[in-house]
Design a protein around this ligand. Sequence first.
Ligand SMILES: Nc1ncnc2c1ncn2[C@@H]1O[C@H](COP(=O)(O)OP(=O)(O)OP(=O)(O)O)[C@@H](O)[C@H]1O
Length: 624
Amino acid sequence: MQHPEDPQFSILIKKTLASIWKYLLPYRGRFVLSLLLGMVSAAFNGFMLIGFQLIFSLVLKGKTRTLGEGTDLPLVGEINLAKMFNLDADAPIGLTGVMIACSFIPVLIFFRGFFGYLSAYMQAWVTSKVAYQMRNDAFQCVMRQSPAFFNSAKTGELMQTVTSQTAVVQRNAMQIIQIVAQRPLTIISILVVLFAQDWLFTLMSLVIFPACLLPIIRIGKKVRKSGAREEYDSRELMVAMQESFAGIRLVKAYAGEKHAEDRFERTNASMTRNMIRWAKAIEIVGPSVETIASLGIAAGLVYAWDRGLEAENFFIMVMALTQIYPPVKELSRVQMMLHKTTVAAGMVFELLERTPDIQDAPNAVDIGRSRGEITFQNTALYYRESNGEKKDLPAVTDINLHLEPGKFYALVGRSGAGKSTLFSLLLRFYDPDQGSVLLDGRDVKSISQKSLRGNIGIVNQDTFLFHDTIRENIRYSCTDATEEQIIAAAKKAHAHEFIVQISNGYDAVVGEGGCNLSGGQKQRIAIARAVLRNAPILLLDEAYSALDTESEKIVQDAIHTLSAGKTVVAIAHRLSTILEADQIIVMDQGRIVDRGPHAELLTRNAIYQNLYNLQYSADERRDA
Ligand SMILES: Nc1ncnc2c1ncn2[C@@H]1O[C@H](COP(=O)(O)OP(=O)(O)OP(=O)(O)O)[C@@H](O)[C@H]1O
């Protein structure tokens, strides 16, 4: 993301506008209509002034005036009402005439407001639709990214981009469109009337006025970057909040409240500073323009006295001048707003343009229900550094493994040996740098991600539960499951017993991340989810690590039921849970170093013996 100081920023502005235009295209009909309505409303300003002048000249000379006396209007020329309506030229205008004339004032104002309202509504409609589409696309784009993206992205930043930045684009884009499309026309229409009224006076105003605006433009330039920085700060603020809330237990456990508060306060202070600078720049424009306007009026009055102008003519000119200032004021803000919008839109489009690292091949197939046969062929994976460069050492390498359907496999090895990486490769969270991963003899890259992952059930060490009821948390793996199926799954997972005991049972809300439940209970809900999914492959990642011995026994029984007839691959640090595995695969430094049943490995493999001895001496110490 380029910074506002970057010389390439103007290129970015053009690119941003082009990208916004793409979003506007589907609504171009309404968009053009809104512009046309805005133009009508803008041009109506000039028409209204001419109307006012006719009304003023009729009313202010009312008593002495007769209908046959003509009124000289700018652009239109002389208007003689007696001639126009075929009336008696000597008839005085009278109170009725004055009242009729005056009643046109609200009519003119109403029409100006009406056109303005219609165009503003249309623009709000179009920009809201654009923002709606952008938010949807941004969220979908984030959801389609691979886990590698989430390893480097900050959740708070993503949330800020999807919600707030799209809102900034919507709000500012609407204002900018309105201003750019309408205000010049408003100014021109008023100027035409002014020139027709008194060209010399108008010319003088035109020369003096921009000169007076120069200092304002200068101030604007100085602080417009603050608007852009404010967008960066608001993103930082979201990150600070999101991380503090998500990690609240850690924050509390390490008494990190002060650190979190300081981080938030620093960003908040910077954002506030930039907001104030921004407000200073925006708000100085109004009073300055008004002061200049009052100078213009004072000078104009002197000029009117000198030229012997009639009161109603002077009145119209003052009115025209005061009407010309607000659009000029708004136009002078466009540059600042454009910068702010570009930064916000840049963040959104950067996200939207991101191609996911993992995508379905164009001819990716749905394999239906898999047999559960998994093969790793000479597979290797190197994770990436934060700059995108490959790490020097592979996370796994030379992996050649054939897992037969319906058997129970265990992956063991020291921490960092590469066990979870094999799961990630099978789930196609990452594509291997060498070799391939096959499911039922077919490269997982040729299978659609939905079909591939639909064949795999997972029970993790960190069970994630949504802030929802127990029922909905179980149903997550199979959204159309019936109540009976959910209860049956919970029974198989040995979760039903505790669910019916807690108040509200299946309707109990589990709290943020399942904080109202114990580790073992969360685990059993996760197993119920996996039961409901009934996938032919089951991956167990440290499924017992959060449990005490009693819960471990219950969960083990549940997993035993769940595993029947499935290909099960379990990562286990607690060897007691995998002693019965058909085959235990020993990993070390990213390689498979041995494989076989427990009894064989115990006699021949030093790493396995070591793990086993460490485990059992720890268990004995714990039991003692
Ligand atoms: N997302 C990642 N980005 C970069 N490196 C990673 C990532 N995930 C794992 N690694 C590294 O890859 C190697 C293998 O990690 P992996 O998680 O597969 O090991 P593991 O055997 O499952 O470990 P543990 O038993 O501790 O979970 C480790 O050196 C680890 O630091």
